[in-house]
Design a protein around this ligand. Structure first.
Ligand code: FMN
Length: 345
């Protein structure tokens, strides 16, 4: 691969099609799965800007998926228009329940299913799910094989380095996931006990990518376009998976892959649009809750991020949030090139 030196070259690379299992995407920049952030409203907001290849849901419980009613679920819910480019992520610890959930996900028409072997939150790991499966590699591989057998749509695995800083473990797991039938990997090169405080080791993405022949999406600390160029050059990954920056700047996909530059009023219009989408999809209480989860990442864009955040979320209703947005963001507060990462929890 030739070295990328300009934003235009990165855009060209990201707009190159990529086969994943029995399907192909036309753009290699994707939204990482994020529980509580990557809900249907944020996804619609991102989709309105465009410029991405795939969107991922936040993790859904495999045990719950077969019984979920998308009309009332806050998590297992989507819009028909996004299904063709939406991957549903599931967590669980039993091959059979993961396979059953995957079957429903395929039947609903999602692009694919993603297996969460990376979440290190105690509540998930305690049940033997998420990153805990990296302590039980044989079971993790059995889950991939069971899901592979159950569906023909693309099967993704998202995983971390493991529980120790041992690149060889990640390489071995990547190969075993490929052998078990995974169609693509999203690799987040951090050890599981490390939430997001230490920098991810992109050098391990390079090693994982070299070890397999299926596409590998690199993930972790992509904050600006120079980071995107650096990750592709350093790791030769097949695509980029962005989490928190896509919350801070939902237009980031359009910016990186279509060269669209946001105007001055982008912060005001984006925050306002999100409130309307949240109100469209959720009751007022849940919509306020989701806006308050989004707000720290969004306010990280501003020079006076902490004080704007504090005032923005001082609200009990969506109407009050809209009033705050008009008061605080209409006159385009001073922004930062790279967000205030202390708010990127
Ligand atoms: C609030 C939050 C929720 C997350 N939820 C999930 C999840 O449900 N499944 C998952 O695989 N990763 C989850 N992640 C991890 C992200 O997908 C991603 O790996 C991580 O944020 C690093 O990427 P970034 O630096 O681009 O944000 C979550 C991250 C955040 C900040």
């Amino acid at each position: 691969m030739t070295t990328i030196t300009t934003n235009q070259q990165l855009a060209r690379y990201l707009n190159t099609s990529l086969p994943i299992g029995n399907k192909t995407i036309g753009n290699r920049m994707v939204l990482a799965p994020m529980a509580g952030l990557g809900h249907v409203a944020l996804r619609q907001l991102i989709a309105e800007f465009g410029g991405f290849g795939l969107l991922f849901t936040g993790m859904c419980s495999a045990r719950a998926v077969p019984h979920e009613n998308p009309l009332i679920s806050n998590v297992f819910t989507w819009q028909q228009a996004e299904l063709a480019f939406l991957v549903c992520q599931i967590f669980g610890s039993e091959p059979q329940s993961m396979a059953t959930a995957a079957r429903r996900i395929e039947a609903e028409g999602f692009f694919g299913v993603d297996l969460n072997f990376g979440c290190s939150v105690a509540a998930i790991c305690k049940k033997g799910c998420g990153a805990a499966l990296l302590k039980n590699p044989d079971l993790a591989v059995k889950i991939v094989a069971a899901v592979r057998q159950a569906v023909s749509c693309p099967v993704f695995v998202k995983f971390r380095t493991g529980w120790e800083n041992n690149p060889q473990f990640a390489i071995d797991m990547a190969k075993r996931f490929e052998d078990a039938g995974a169609d693509a990997l999203t690799f987040h090169p951090r050890v599981a006990p490390d939430r997001r405080n230490r920098p991810p080791r992109w050098d391990i993405i390079t090693l994982v990518n070299k070890a397999v022949s299926i596409p590998v999406f690199g993930n972790g600390n992509l904050f600006n376009i120079a980071d995107g160029i650096k990750m592709v050059n350093q790791t030769a990954c097949h695509g980029l998976s962005l989490g928190r920056m896509a919350v801070a700047r939902p237009w980031i996909f359009a910016q990186w892959t279509k060269g669209i530059l946001p105007g001055d009023d982008i912060y005001h219009t984006t925050a306002m649009r999100l409130t309307h989408l949240l109100s469209q999809h959720y009751d007022d209480h849940f919509a306020v809750k989701m806006f308050k989860k989004f707000a720290p990442y969004f306010c990280a864009n501003f020079k006076f991020s902490q004080s704007i955040l504090k005032k923005l979320i001082k609200a009990n209703t969506m109407e009050e949030i809209r009033t705050n947005i008009n008061l605080l963001l209409k006159d385009s507060p001073e922004t930062l090139e790279t967000p205030n990462l202390t708010l990127f929890v």
